[in-house]
Design a protein around this ligand. Structure first.
Ligand code: FPP
Ligand code: MG
Length: 340
């Protein structure tokens, strides 16, 4: 068992997240309401689909980060709601598209859009959220904000394409993996921080610290996501397990296991990973999991996530003390100890 599973003193849960976001709970509520109005303006079929996706709300971590930072920096206008909603809409769009690509049926404990509406409709639904995000950011008439949103969307596409292209590449290096997750996931966390810095007119020093925070928080988020795909309980993750293995996605635990083992064990691991392609034989997964545990790859993965989490915490300590800063710090713990 990994340290995280046996020792995790501060298991995260949604109540804890509500507490973390308490200083911006009113604004987060407005973000949710704004997102609902976007779908309300569309055609009946689109409206129905968008409503279903929005009602299956996620944790709003990225908008929460943006709001906490903007408020910490002294921003007191309303544009942070629009920008936060745009960030969430990009996130929603990317997950709808990702579920089509991954062939995933379950997310957040519910059917994915692609399962409910089919790949064709959900592809267009993803496009809708993506375009609404850009449209709403543009309505603020700040070219810098619009550029940040389009730039991050491009990075996410690049990351997702690279990940897809590297499927079943057992020689994928840790550096390549880190670049992929930086682009597909951490970039949106970093951009949430950057957008907040623009709104709150951050100093150079604050901006550098917050960018470091966003990048590292995002990397931790994805590493833990990849870990809980292997060791998490579907009841807690709301997703079906081993989806990365089934799709041949080489994640950090697998990279580290391949590095730790000799050539013989590595080729056994590779052949098991190839077999998971055809079906979801339960025994294959338990053999795989045992190899990952025996090689220490799971513990090592946690260790690497902890190192990045430490960088995120260190970065945020550059800011002056405030309840918002406390929440940003607590969020690092939430992300690293989360189970879903
Ligand atoms: C989830 O990763 C997916 C992402 C973090 C990014 C997906 C990006 C795209 C589809 C391209 C960008 C699209 C737009 C509209 C900007 P995961 O599969 O590891 O996580 P999961 O287990 O939650 O599915
Ligand atoms: Mg996925």
């Amino acid at each position: 068992m990994t340290r995280r599973l046996t020792k995790s003193a501060k298991d995260s849960n949604p109540t804890e997240l509500n507490n973390i976001f308490l200083p911006v709970s009113r604004q987060l509520q407005s973000v949710e309401e704004l997102l609902k109005t976007w779908s309300g303006e569309s055609s009946p079929v689109l409206k129905k689909m968008a409503k279903e996706v929005i009602s299956n709300q996620g944790k709003l971590i990225r908008p929460g980060v943006l709001l906490l930072i903007a408020r910490h920096l002294g921003y007191r206008g309303n544009n942070d709601i629009t920008v936060a909603a745009a960030i969430e809409a990009i996130h929603v769009a990317s997950l709808i598209h990702d579920d089509i690509i991954d062939g995933s049926d379950i997310r957040r404990g519910n059917k994915t859009a692609s399962k409910s509406f089919g790949a064709d409709f959900s592809l267009l639904l993803g496009d809708f959220f993506f375009i609404r995000s850009i449209h709403n950011i543009m309505s603020l008439k700040d070219r810098n904000l619009s550029e940040m949103i389009t730039q991050v969307a491009q990075q996410m596409v690049e990351g997702e394409i690279e990940e897809l292209a590297q499927s079943y590449n057992f020689s994928l290096s840790q550096a390549q993996y880190m670049k992929i997750i930086e682009k597909k996931t951490a970039s949106l966390f970093l951009t949430s921080c950057r957008l907040a810095c623009r709104l709150g007119k951050a100093s150079r020093k604050e901006q550098a610290a917050l960018e470091k925070y966003g990048l590292n928080l995002g990397l931790v988020f994805q590493i833990i996501d990849d870990l809980i795909d292997l060791v998490g309980s579907p009841l807690e993750t709301g997703k079906s397990g081993f989806s990365d293995l089934k799709e041949g996605r080489i994640t950090l635990p697998v990279i580290l296991a391949l590095k730790q083992t000799g050539p013989e064990a590595a080729s056994q691991l590779e052949s098991l990973l190839r077999k998971t392609k055809k079906g979801s034989e339960k025994e294959n997964f338990s053999i795989l999991l045992n190899i990952l545990k025996k090689t220490g790859a799971l513990d090592l993965t946690v260790l690497q996530a902890e190192n990045l989490a430490a960088k995120a915490r260190e970065a945020v300590m550059v800011l002056k003390p405030s309840p918002y800063r406390e929440s940003l710090l607590d969020l690092v713990d939430f992300v690293i100890f989360r189970k879903g």
